[in-house]
Design a protein around this ligand. Sequence first.
Ligand code: NAD
Length: 260
Amino acid sequence: MKLKDKVAFVTGAASGLGHEIALTFAREGARVVIADLNEQAAIAAAQRLADAGHQALGVAVDVANETQVSQAVDRAVAHFGGLDILVSNAGIQIVRPVEEFSFEEWKRMLSIHLDGAFLTTRAALRHMYAAGRGGSIIYMGSVHSKEASLLKAPYVTAKHGLTGLAKVVAKEGAPHGVRANVICPGFVRTPLVDKQIPEQARTLGISEDDVVRKVMLKDTVDGEFTTSADVAEVALMFASFPSNALTGQSMVVSHGWFMQ
Ligand code: NAD
């Protein structure tokens, strides 16, 4: 077991990629905090893990709310006696051309993705530094941390921003044994992506099938979606890596859509 007795706080873990990462970490022996805006789904997901013999706690949190984040992280630390891994994963998507974005939508996107990453990182680092047992901070970036696409101005802006935050946390965290890295997935069929397909079809005036083949998977090497399991495998590597040798990096897992 690669994460035996580690404590992992995973945001947005009631659904999609965060959920798969939480499951994978639990199977590797971690005690997992399922932190999500959707309280019922977070508690249900934690209960399913507990029923399968794992240790899990479901907590409600809006990652863009300073008070809620510090209370949720404090609760997790009190419950499990520490914190070793943060996966800052919660996110949403809004697609439209730049000129049609409202300022409110722009700010909401940046707040969930960037304020959320900052607030959860700060809360986690305070505990990690005080405990002196190191740690791993993992950000959910995207191919959009490296590339741009039509209709995604705030998302691309925020995902690029996460790589900057990870590099600073890698430098500041190093003396404390805390690493920081970014996972950059291509398209994965989660609720976040399923919602975009009809929206993009409408905005671009093409069929849903064309959104998948000619927009989402156009530049992959094999026309395949990345899977939640692929992403969770990379998260496990970042979480379990034993030294500061692997820090400040972003790993693209996208069927070759983007090549470094
Ligand atoms: P999802 O919609 O399946 O899950 C997102 C989860 O985040 C949901 O459970 C939701 O309730 C939660 N959430 C939303 N806002 C929140 C908030 N303010 N506070 C706490 N929780 C909140 O989406 P997903 O596809 O699993 O996306 C997870 C992350 O992966 C996002 O950051 C997304 O940008 C990123 N990502 C997804 C893909 C993809 O193709 N699915 C690709 C690259 C990156």
